[in-house]
Design a protein around this ligand. Structure first.
Ligand code: SF4
Length: 675
């Protein structure tokens, strides 16, 4: 007999859907959306509905601790017991610490699960107590965005997703919503039924662009120029809200001085869009109220990325679009929740002067023979770095270092686990309780386990508790139960929790984050939390930290003619689900007919895509979905899809963005030829 149980999707996706999970015995047999969360409203993406049962119970699931027997990367492992595994991890890591000190140990993790406990709770308590090197994780993905947003508005929530339905003009900027932000589409459709106009800015004619009245196929990395041009056109039209600017905007004159260097006539050829399209967009934006911008994740993955986001974020302030429901900018949802990360991860346990390593530098740092102390032990969890880091070939060389002790904590046998000396099996979120704030909407959810742990797998929290005990670490913080961790993850006395204890939030409801009893509306019931209390178009803190007080623009210099973008796919969440049978096919390379004709390439042929960092072989899809000069292949495919053990990440450059030292995947420049 099967039963249906409540859960939440933990994957790296802004939507954080509530789930109804059909369980028979100890097996998850089906996953569908539930209506517990009114935003996600019973709908889930096809990826989750299709893949989760196989992900939890399929052949790639790790059920026991393993020890590598063959060479690194060979995939030869032998089952061992938990006691043996913990002994090996403890003794080898202690040897490293005895010889090189605790900073020779480095955690390498990212955002596999987004539950607060599985994400970073006991794991970081363990590494902090150990004195391991710290890892700056956010540069891999969210750091540019969070830095740009907070630099402009501070830690304050933006427009909630559901208010998009109230808008009269929606600008979807770099957001392939149908694939990556599913529940935005419901809001867009509702707004359109009420007569709203839709504008899409995206280098590809993605599905949502087909529904738009206007599509600007902007050249990747030039969003800042486009946003400046819109600001200039607004000024020409008399569309700047001077009263709002005088009272609430810092740095207007300096921002506009830069923007005026890129009027629409100059911006159009740089951005690769029609002059008239820029003018139309500015005119519609001036005229519509409420008007909202919903940006996506990805447009900032270039060296001008932070500038692009900041210039886009400036537009609602310049045009006076805040202060009404359905206006402004959808963003900053993470600031809705009363999180207490220092308490959860116990940052007070970090020894003074512990060094921090940028996650993007891990490959380089591991190969740096002069690094003092060197990294000699690496613990990979919640992360598949071989697939998702830029400069893939260097990272693979680094992980293959014979003297590097690698521990992997994972749910399935990923490409990265092939480099581990010891693999510890982790439970999926269906096998433990967790708390789920979101980064794309403002409802807090909690879920209980729906099945027992599969095989001998354990939740991350329990794995790190056991590691702490094995290492002889005695701080009581390292023995906290999951319920205690939940209660330390959020400020229970904050009115947003409505008197609920975090560990006891009912699983049959989602808690809406409220400000004075209502959804946030910037400049109505919430205000910027910047140092000046204003919208900061000129940011002293970003200037001091990154030399980027104002947005800027630098074209990418390269001898390779084509821009390669690698967006999210409709098959995987980054690389999650990549090892499943349905994900074995190599993703195609999309190319515009003009570029294909210049190279005498034919549809369906295999092509070689290369630059100085690597080469990838992909089947070609000739399509006008992608703009000329840009080629596109989905991120996240596993090495098994590749003929030569390289995927698009091998072509992504190692240089950093203008903010947060973030990754520049979409600055990849390549050439393409017949294979
Ligand atoms: S991946 Fe996103 S859209 Fe799909 S179920 Fe999870 S939260 Fe929802």
């Amino acid at each position: 007999m099967s039963v249906e149980k409540a859960s939440v999707c933990p994957l790296d996706c802004p939507d954080t859907c509530s789930l109804a999970v059909t369980v028979s015995g100890d097996q998850v047999i089906a996953v569908r959306g539930s209506r517990v969360n009114p935003i996600t409203h019973g709908a889930v993406c096809a990826k989750v509905a299709k893949h989760y049962p196989e992900f939890v119970h399929g052949t790639t699931r790790l059920r026991h601790p393993l020890q590598r027997r063959g060479p690194k990367g060979s995939g030869t492992f032998e089952r061992i017991s938990w006691d043996q595994a913990l002994d090996i991890v403890c003794s080898r890591t202690r040897e490293v610490i005895a010889r090189y000190g605790p900073e020779a140990v480095l955690p390498l993790n990212y955002a596999g699960p987004h539950g607060m406990l599985a994400g970073d709770s006991m794991s970081l308590r363990f590494f902090h107590a150990l004195g391991a090197s710290l890892l700056s994780r956010s540069p891999l993905c969210g750091g540019i965005r969070s830095t740009a947003y907070a630099g402009t508005f501070g830690a304050t929530p933006g427009t909630p997703l559901q208010q998009v339905s109230l808008a009269k003009l929606i600008i979807v900027w770099g957001n392939n919503a149908t694939v990556c932000n599913l529940h935005l589409m419901r809001q867009i459709n509702a707004a359109k039924r009420n007569g709203a106009k839709l504008v899409v800015v995206d280098p590809r004619r993605v599905k949502v662009a087909e529904q738009a009245q206007l599509h600007l196929a902007v050249r990747p990395g030039t969003d800042v120029v486009l946003a400046w041009a819109i600001a200039v056109e607004l000024e020409r039209l008399g569309g700047l809200d001077r009263a709002f600017i005088d009272q609430h905007v810092l740095g207007f004159d300096a921002f506009m001085e830069r923007a005026r260097a890129y009027p629409p006539e100059r911006a159009a050829p740089i951005c690769g869009v029609e002059l008239e399209a820029i003018r139309t967009l500015a005119r519609w934006y001036q005229q519509a109220s409420p008007a909202v911008i919903a940006w996506g994740n990805g447009l900032e993955r270039n060296q001008n990325g932070g500038s692009g986001l900041r210039a886009i974020a400036a537009l609602p302030a310049l045009a006076g679009k805040f202060g009404v429901a359905g206006g402004g900018l959808v963003g900053g949802a993470g600031h809705s929740f009363p999180k207490t990360p220092d308490r959860l991860t116990r940052t007070d346990l970090i020894p003074a002067r512990t060094r921090t390593i940028n996650i993007l530098d891990v490959g380089r740092v591991l190969l740096d023979e002069r690094l003092e102390p060197p990294i000699k032990a690496l613990i990979i969890y919640n992360h598949n770095p071989v697939i998702v880091h830029p400069d893939q070939n260097r990272l693979k060389r680094a992980l293959a270092r014979a003297d590097l002790f690698v521990v992997g904590i994972e749910i399935t046998m990923t490409d990265s686990m092939q480099y581990a000396d010891v693999v510890l099996p982790a439970s999926t979120h269906f096998e433990h309780a967790d708390l789920y704030p979101a980064y794309g909407q403002q409802y807090l959810q909690r879920a209980e386990a729906v099945i027992p742990s599969v095989g001998e797998s354990l939740p991350n929290t329990e794995i790190f508790r056991r590691l702490a005990a094995r290492f002889g670490l005695t701080d009581p913080a390292l023995r906290a139960s999951d319920a205690e961790l939940m209660d330390e993850a959020l400020n229970a006395s904050d009115p947003r929790l409505q008197g609920l204890q975090p560990s006891r939030i009912p699983t049959d409801r989602a808690i809406r984050m409220e400000f004075g009893g209502a959804e946030p509306i910037l400049f109505k019931n919430v205000l910027p939390r910047t140092p000046s209390g204003k919208v900061e178009l000129l940011s002293k803190s970003l200037g001091d930290r990154y030399g980027a007080a104002l947005p800027g623009f630098r074209p990418v210099e390269s001898r390779y003619p084509l821009t390669l973008i690698s967006p999210a796919s409709d098959k995987r969440i980054t690389s999650t689900f990549g090892g499943l049978s349905a994900s074995d096919a190599p993703p195609p390379l999309e190319m515009h007919p003009t570029d294909a004709a210049e190279r005498r390439l034919s549809d369906g042929a295999w092509v070689r895509v290369w630059n100085d960092s690597g080469e990838v072989f992909l089947p070609l899809r000739i399509t006008s979905i992608v703009r000329p000069g840009v080629v596109c292949s989905e991120k996240g495919a596993w090495l098994r899809t590749s003929a030569n053990g390289q995927t698009v990440s091998a072509l992504a450059p190692a240089h950093k963005a203008d903010l947060a030292e973030g990754a520049c995947f979409n600055d990849a420049r390549v050439e393409v030829a017949a294979q």
